[in-house]
Design a protein around this ligand. Structure first.
Ligand SMILES: NC(=O)c1ccc[n+]([C@@H]2O[C@H](COP(=O)([O-])OP(=O)(O)OC[C@H]3O[C@@H](n4cnc5c(N)ncnc54)[C@H](OP(=O)(O)O)[C@@H]3O)[C@@H](O)[C@H]2O)c1
Length: 271
């Protein structure tokens, strides 16, 4: 009876994790959201009859709520956990279309955005990992995964002059390092930590861009096509999550995967 916890299952990739994982009735899937009623209603209408889904409420940035979610999970699973997916993230549009120098012209907004990114995407996930470690250590699979972004790859950034998303990418790079540090500590206990990028996935972000934003996005897509000539368009959540689950299920400490930062192709090819 494998057990899974996934944060941020209200929409986007988190919802697709919930859908795919709960399609196997042998899995117990705990989804964490910050506003439970709409997700309960969506499960009742779109995933009707899946009694292996449990939705818990916690804002990732609220330590006490996360702590409660960990103890509620223990009650559901009998005290252990096989897989933890740190999927939830603050995804901002503040830095999507401008380089860091332009963002610097709005210093207060830059500071606020950066604090929120680091608080949600890094600090909250440190607490999440620590709070769920006692359960993971008692689980069979012992796998902890953060959903990261290839935009955190320094070599890719330098080779293709990827100047936008500076703050978001930094939060993801920081969390990759935290994940590696957890690996360094817990590999000896058999816990596999991974940072996995799902590719570029269409989840409805950044709709209705202005003409200037559209032009920036077009230029980025040109760089993406140079980097990956086979890249045509963002993947669907269905394709992306299948790939991420394949990466997670086929990775192991024995094969040297502990702490690695991987794409949905299980390498450093991000698109
Ligand atoms: N889509 C892509 O192309 C792509 C590419 C690379 C990496 N990723 C990563 O994939 C993950 C999922 O992103 P997505 O594309 O599915 O974006 P999304 O649709 O915006 O989903 C983000 C999820 O995180 C939740 N969340 C945000 N802040 C939270 C908080 N403080 N407490 C609890 N939950 C919180 C949101 O909940 P609410 O509904 O309450 O806001 C939502 O469920 C993220 O880590 C993202 O960085 C996505």
């Amino acid at each position: 009876m494998p057990s899974y916890v996934v944060t941020g299952v209200s929409k986007g990739l988190g919802w697709e994790f919930l859908n795919q994982l709960s399609s196997d009735p042998k899995n117990t899937v705990v989804g964490i959201v910050r506003n439970k009623p709409p997700t309960d209603a969506r499960v009742a209408s779109e995933l009707r009859g899946r009694s292996n889904i449990k939705i818990l409420e916690a804002d990732l940035t609220n330590y006490d709520q996360l702590k409660r979610a960990a103890s509620e999970t223990a009650e559901i699973t009998g005290g252990s956990l096989d897989y933890l997916f740190a999927n939830a993230a603050y995804v901002t549009s503040f830095d999507t279309y401008d380089g860091i120098g332009v963002l610097g012209q709005k210093p207060q907004e830059l500071s606020e955005e950066f604090r929120q990114l680091m608080e949600t995407n890094v600090l909250a996930n440190i607490h999440l990992y620590n709070l769920f470690m006692p359960l993971i250590l008692k689980g069979d699979a012992k796998k902890v995964v953060v959903i990261t972004s290839g935009l955190a790859d320094i070599d890719w950034t330098n080779e293709y002059d990827l100047e936008t998303t500076a703050l978001y990418a930094t939060s993801k790079a920081a969390m990759n390092m935290i994940t590696a540090k957890f690996n360094a500590q817990y590999k000896k206990d058999g816990v596999l930590f991974l940072s996995v990028c799902p590719g570029l996935v269409e989840v409805g972000h950044f709709q209705d861009p202005s003409p200037k934003e559209r032009e920036t996005f077009r230029k980025m897509l040109v760089k993406f096509s140079k980097y990956a000539p086979n890249f045509k368009r963002p993947d669907t959540p269905e394709v992306a999550i299948k790939a991420v689950l394949w990466v997670v299920h086929s990775s192991s400490i024995k094969d040297g995967d502990g702490g690695r930062f991987l794409s949905h192709f299980k390498n450093k090819q991000w698109l």
